[in-house]
Design a protein around this ligand. Sequence first.
Ligand code: KIV
Length: 288
Amino acid sequence: MGGEWPSGFFREAFLFVEFDLMVDKITVPAIRNKKRTGEKITALTAYDYCFARILDQAGIDILLVGDSLACVIQGQDSTLPVTLEEMIYHTRAVVRGRKQALVVADMPFLSYQVNVEEAKRNAGRLLQEGGAEAVKLEGGVGVVKTIEAIVKMGVPVMGHVGLTPQSIHQFGGYKIQGREKEQWDAIMADALAVEAGGAFSVVLEGIPAELAGEITAGLQIPTIGIGAGVKCDGQILVIHDILGLFDKFAPKFVKRYAEIGTAVSEAAKHFIAEVQAGTFPDEEHSFR
Ligand code: KIV
């Protein structure tokens, strides 16, 4: 009997328990379905085990291992230097911390632009080695073939259009896109291309709220906005921004929900003062 698949009642009980444990898992179809039901999608970035665990337990739908880690974790000036190996490393840590949220990993610069074959292999590595459940890549009309090929492999893709940070040098900085109405058609075309390529959702970054509303109404797949107004199907922000942990630049669309940077500084000053005064460790924190 050892090692055999349980049969009859026990087998059904086992499957039921397993299904029950998985019932709240956020999946790609569940994210798509939220557009149909009108339930807003919530997403935050995460780059490590502790934050992933806290955000997952708080009930977030999507954890994005964003290439923004180049800035908020590594201290780089843009997202361009982060490598695929580094993305895989951080994705693994995030996956260990989450139970329910969908984990999406960013495809870093140069991991999908060179050719479709490389893009397929690199997307696959983020799932196989990182444990992600989907990948995100930037661009619209220009990357539709790449999105198609990755989706064909069975890897879900989240698109990203508007202010795409991997193109900052082309934009001349982090500039809102679509300020002129003549640019709207091109941004709409990018979003439609992402959908036609088979992506399950699309991030709209740094575009006027009215344009984001039009794109959201025109697509079957959900839009997730960052600096794109309230009409998107969901919202995403960088966790370090909303916690007051990163103040190198503070975009208008970022709302600070906590001041953790100040709390960390206060705690560190308190520790320093107690160590210098010889009052830490006290009896309570020492062994007899
Ligand atoms: O890298 C990132 O954090 C992103 C965002 C959409 C927040 O791409």
